[in-house]
Design a protein around this ligand. Sequence first.
Ligand code: IMP
Ligand code: MG
Length: 185
Amino acid sequence: MTDVGGAVRDGRLGDRVVREIVYDEDAIQDRVRALGEEISAAYGPEDRLLVLGLLKGSFLFMADLVRNLTLPLHVDFMVASSYGGGTVSSGEVRLLYGPTAELAGRAVLLVEDIVDSGTTLARLVPMLEGRGAASVDVCALLHKRLPTVGVEVRWVGFDAPNSFLVGYGLDHAEDFRHLPYIASL
Ligand code: IMP
Ligand code: MG
């Protein structure tokens, strides 16, 4: 068990123990600041930027990212879920909520926690384009770089190892989302 600055911060839950800190709080905050600078330089006020967070996984990343963006923007959220009757993943993605904002003519920045197979983004990006967004770009905190669905992710926080990660929004069965660091389980 890795010690996090002397405090385990709920890294242990029942028989599940956070194995290794992969990105600590400082590394995450440094990277989010750099992403904020890059993204701020890529858009202007005329883009009417809409930062669209994919819940729930992106909630902490989204909150930190927008605080590092230095142009006018609006914030909205959406909830999508893999659809497959509960047991078998059919690769279908169901939109459960949002976006409620008007997309027509706007630059949309879709904020995702982690790209794994890419299925979620492969379904959502065309859907958002279909609603008339002027552009749809993706910012993902983590990318597993698996040779899967060809989805273009314009901004990536970290190229992630191919292990199961939790914390900073990412969950295992809804646990661990609140950890300020990212760890492997
Ligand atoms: P994709 O559609 O296969 O790219 O899956 C992306 C979604 O799967 C993410 O938004 C997460 O909700 C979830 N996911 C994928 N890998 C992990 C992981 O290592 N930890 C936690 N959630 C993950
Ligand atoms: Mg997610």
